[in-house]
Ligand binder design. Sequence first.
Ligand SMILES: *Cc1c(COP(=O)(O)O)cnc(C)c1O
Length: 432
Amino acid sequence: MALAEAVRGVLAEARVRLVAEGSPPPDVAALLDEAARRLRDRERETLFRVINATGVVIHTNLGRAPLASEAMAAMSVAAGYANLEMDLGGGRRSSRHDHLDGLIADVTGADGGLAVNNGAGAVLLALAALAADAPVIVSRGELIEIGGGFRVPDIVAQSGARLIEIGATNITHLKDYELAVREHAEARVILRTHPSNFRITGFTSAPPLAELAAFAHARGLLLVEDLGGGALVDLEPFGITGEPMVQESLNAGVDLVIFSGDKLLGGPQAGVLAGRRELLDAVARHPLARALRLDKLSLAALAATLRLYRPPTDPIARVPVLHMLTQTLATIAARAAALAALIADVDGLDAEVVETDSYAGGGAMPMQALPSRAMALRSDRIGSEDLARRLRAGTTPVVGRIERDRVMLDLRTVADAELPALAGKIRSSARR
Ligand SMILES: *Cc1c(COP(=O)(O)O)cnc(C)c1O
C-alpha cells in the first residue's frame, strides 16, 4: 500500500513535469530511487513538508508562518557552531540578544528589543519582570483566551502579578482606570491586549491608546501591550484592515509592546518584546528570561526575517506570509487555471475552479474574508472524505477542506513551485 502510493506519487509528478515543462523523460532507475527514498522517509519521520491548500495563511496546525528562504538559510548557518554568544572581535562572551536588539530598534522605532520562545512566554516574562507582586490593571473586554491554553487571567496569575479587572466586556472608560489606580496605589502596570481571534461589535468603546498611555505616565504607571499578531507593515492598501501596527503602538506611547514572531511577522516561533531600554534591561535580567530563551535556530531565522523589513528590501515581496496575504485575485486565479490544465486529463475526476474565501489565521483578522480561488474536486469513484484522506496520506501530504461534498483546494496558500507536486498528488489520489 505505502509502496504503491510512493511509486504512484513519483510517477504522477514525473508525468506532470513531462507534460508541463517538456522535460526529458526520467529514467526508471531514478524514479525507483526517488520512490524508495520517499518510502524510507515516510517510515522514519513523523514531521513532513505539507502542501497547505486550506487557504488559511497562518495555520497553527501546519506550523504557522512558512519561513522566507533567507530565514531558512540563516538557520542552516546557525545549525553548526556559530558566534551566538561570542564577540569575535575581542574573543569574549557576549549576549545572544545582541543579534536582535538593533534590528528590532530599526524596524519598530523602539529603543531596542529582545525575543523569547513565544508570545505567551513574552507576556509572562514582561509581567513577572515589571509587576510581580503588584496589581496589573486589565479591561474586562481584554481578558481573552487565544487558544492552546493561553488565557490572560492565567498568565497574569502565573507571573506573580495580581489581576485587577475593570470596566465591562464591551465598554471600558478612562475613569475605570482612574478608579482602579486610586484603589490600588501600588499598581505598576496597565496591560492592554489585542482581541486577536474575536471581535465585539456594536456598542463598544475603550480609551484610545495614546490617551491611555498619557494617563498611565501621568500616574507613574507603565503601559504594556500584547499585540498578538504584530504587523510591521501597513496592510490597509491591500484591503486588510484592523490589525494594529507595532510602530503605531510605540508612537502612541506604549512602553513595552509584545508580539509573536510567527504570525503576521512571518518568522519563526518567538515572542518579541520591543520598547524602552530600562524595561528591556529589567526583562533580560529576570530569571525567566533564561528559562524562556530563544534557541539559536529560531534566533537566526528571526534576525533574517527582521532584516527583510529594512529598506530597501520590500517585505511584501520577500516574507511569504505577507506575500500570500497581499496576492491579487488575478494571481491566484492564474495559479488555479495552471493547476486545472495540469489535471484536465485525469479520468473520473470532476475539477472546477470556484470562488472561495481565504483567511489570515493565527488570530489575525478573524472576520476578514480574503477573496480567493479554489480547485473543487469530486471523484466518480471515491467519496470526498476518502479523496481528502488520500490527499493527506503518503508523501507530499496535501491538506484542503471539504465543502458541499467537494474537496476544496485553495490556491492562495499554494506556491507556484508546488503545482507539479500538487497535480501529481491529485492524479495519484484520484485513481481507482
Ligand atoms: C497569539 C497570541 C498570543 C500568544 O502568542 P504565541 O506566540 O502563540 O505564544 C498572545 N497574545 C495574543 C493577543 C495573541 O494573539
